[in-house]
Design a protein around this ligand. Structure first.
Ligand SMILES: [Zn+2]
Ligand SMILES: [Zn+2]
Length: 175
């Protein structure tokens, strides 16, 4: 139970801080097993958010048991025809926490991988600011917001990468 499962659409949820490593294990509300890594991103379900281990997210058991989802299925970019992919994204992938309703980017007929929270500075350091600005989704005003936003500030960028062509994309919102 120590090894983290693989999440195609959210490859490193510990690095993005949507999962947290604990010093003392706690019990997963889904499988009843002790876990030293718990999920702390969004989970849309009735009632208080249960303590969930990564394995119960990856298997779909948590979404099924609590009749919940990790990403709102109406807030995903169009272009994915495969229902299994949507099911994997909303029921078997850790979500991320946006200021507003989280939106999931799509490219090459598949959902992108969520890489983390960034601002213009981080995008520049990674050498991908121009790449994310080269996106028909954004008008000039929106490009200006992305090119000036500060990680953790009131305009926040969320970084994605296409699993197929490797191109980077952002989503952004305001607090
Ligand atoms: Zn579990
Ligand atoms: Zn692509």
């Amino acid at each position: 139970m120590s090894q983290l499962p693989t999440f195609r659409y959210h490859p490193d949820p510990v690095a993005t801080e949507n999962m947290v490593k604990l010093k003392k294990p706690v019990v997963c509300a889904c499988c009843g097993q002790p876990t030293s890594v718990i999920y702390r991103g969004p989970f849309y379900c009735v009632g208080p958010q249960p303590v969930l281990c990564p394995h119960c997210i990856a298997s779909g058991a948590a979404a099924q048991k609590f009749d919940g989802c990790f990403q709102d299925e109406t807030n995903v970019e169009a272009g994915v025809e495969d229902c299994d992919k949507l099911d994997e994204l909303i029921h078997r992938t850790p979500g991320y926490s946006g200021w507003q309703q989280e939106f999931w980017r799509t490219h090459c007929h598949d959902f992108c991988a969520f890489l983390g929270y960034v601002g213009a500075e981080e995008l520049k350091e990674m050498g991908i600011l121009d790449e994310v600005l080269d996106d028909p989704r954004w008008d000039d005003y929106e490009k200006e917001v992305i090119a000036t936003c500060v990680n953790g500030g009131s305009a926040q960028c969320y970084l994605f990468r296409c699993l197929h062509c490797g191109k980077h994309f952002v989503w952004f919102d305001y607090d």
